[in-house]
Design a binder for this molecule. Structure first.
Ligand code: F0G
Length: 456
């Protein structure tokens, strides 16, 4: 059969409150045109993030009842550690409450105002945690990765020439190199195994460790299986092991590819860094055998890691994201190509060419989607990345709206509804207003900034 079905049945459901356009007009105004300020109940289809929004399986819910809540030496920790090490064989596995806690602990150990941390593209929290130490966060994705229409199969790859040049000039300032899989801020694009190996070889030449920001490791591995020569017959689990074999550590948000609603970890081989990390962990997260989590959360992660590498799940996951991306492309909506694993990224710059980057075309499209259909997406453009550490503003390299697909949550008719809303918006795209920021914090402004539409 050609139809790819959801490889699960739905046992438990949540009602969706249907709002009218009139209600939404008032709600978004009250939210200062920032979709992060909306109540979840006021959203019909929530594509804000694929993080922490997954539906857990019956086996995961069952696992919650098995949680060992011992303060020290919980058996749930050991099950969690085994599940992680089965895929990512690092010496030390340190649980945290979510990914950014792992980032903060790691950056607190390795970075200072003199440091530079390269990545393909830093995610916003990674960048912010690096900049909070005074260090520079540098993005070195390949040029194809910054061109939304380019069809390169691994647009998350790092530009190895630029990495080599940076290490040549300043290796003593670079405590580690990072690779984000998949490259979330760059369109959810994968990194190939040959690029991982090439980056590792350069890191080795300068004796610099390589860390993976591994939130969507299973989706990345599936892309390798589908697109990279030589891996079609490998199991996803083996590809995952191969990816991590070339790295020295990882930060992880279990809220993505561990199929849970909260959790994360830092894993690494270096004993000295691991000891410092555990000391930091005790200060702010908790004892090393639970970190920032309950024993039951560790059980859910251990089970989630078994489910996430299942190929029937990954085939369905990729097909459902592609379904939305291809339908939007057919409507003439420019989206980042090829379609990513966890999200479709609409190129708002191309859809709304009448708006300059600093009138935030991504924000304008995101607000229009909410008004039209109660759909919540997320701007990934100059609102998120335009503010510089010195307070000045610079357009981001792309103006995107991300429609992130929560794992195992929405069905095909939910997605058809989203497509219909786009049909409506495309016809009046040239009338959508630009936005001005009327209030903003110093860091991570997209979460709390206030906006006003600019009258034309
Ligand atoms: N790294 C990447 C690549 C991410 O996508 C995220 C989170 C993090 C780190 C931080 O993890 O949220 O558990 O602290 N991304 C979410 C998103 C929030 O919507 O893309 P966290």
């Amino acid at each position: 059969m050609d139809t790819i079905i959801e490889p699960f049945r739905i046992k438990s459901v949540e009602p969706i409150r249907l709002t009218t356009r009139e209600e939404r007009t008032a709600l978004i105004q009250d939210a200062h045109y920032n979709l992060f300020n909306l109540d979840g109940d006021d959203v019909i289809i929530d594509l804000l993030t694929d993080s922490g929004t997954a539906a857990m399986s019956a086996a995961q819910w069952g696992g919650l009842m098995q949680g060992d809540e011992s303060y020290a030496g919980s058996s749930s920790y050991y099950r969690f550690e085994r599940a992680v090490q089965d895929l990512m064989p690092f010496e030390h596995v340190i649980p945290t409450h979510q990914g950014r806690a792992a980032e903060r602990i790691l950056m607190g150990i390795v970075a200072d105002e003199n440091a530079i941390i390269p990545n393909n593209t830093h995610f916003d929290t990674t960048r912010a945690n690096i900049e909070a130490t005074g260090a520079d966060a540098v993005d070195l994705v390949i040029a194809e990765g910054r061109d939304p229409a380019n069809l390169h199969p691994f647009k998350g790859n790092m530009d190895v020439d630029r990495l080599r040049a940076l290490l040549d000039e300043d290796a003593s300032r670079i405590p580690l190199v990072m690779l984000t899989v998949t490259n979330n801020s760059g369109g959810g694009q994968p990194v190939s195994l040959s690029n991982i190996k090439a980056v590792k070889a350069i890191c080795d030449a300068y004796d610099t460790p390589l860390f993976m920001d591994a939130c969507r490791f299973a989706e990345n591995a599936y892309f390798i299986k589908m697109r990279e020569d030589g891996y079609a017959d490998w199991s996803v689990s083996d590809i995952v092991r191969e990816m991590f074999a070339y790295t020295d550590g990882m930060t992880m948000s279990a809220k993505k590819d561990a199929l849970v609603n909260i959790g994360g970890w830092l894993a690494l081989n270096d004993d000295i860094w691991a000891e410092e990390a555990r000391n930091q962990l005790i200060l702010t997260e908790g004892f090393p055998t639970y970190g920032g989590l309950a024993g039951r959360d560790l059980e859910a992660i251990a089970q989630g890691l078994k489910e996430i590498v299942r190929e029937d799940y990954l085939a369905y996951r990729m097909a459902s994201t592609r379904y939305l991306g291809e339908a939007l492309t057919d409507l003439g909506v420019p989206v980042v190509q090829p379609i990513g694993g966890h999200a479709v990224y609409v190129d708002a710059d191309a859809l709304l060419p009448h708006l300059p980057p600093l009138q935030y075309p991504g924000q304008s499209l995101a607000v229009a989607l909410y008004l039209t259909g109660g759909i919540r997406g997320c701007e990934i453009g100059s609102v998120m990345f335009g503010r510089q550490p010195d307070g000045s503003e610079k357009p981001a390299s792309m103006e995107l709206v991300r429609l992130a697909i929560p794992r195992r949550v929405y069905t095909q008719s939910h997605v058809d509804y989203v497509i219909e809303c786009f049909e409506d918006i495309v016809e009046r795209a040239d009338t959508l207003p630009g936005y001005a920021i009327t209030h903003e914090p110093k860091r991570l402004r997209h979460f709390t900034a206030h906006f006003e539409p600019i009258a034309s």
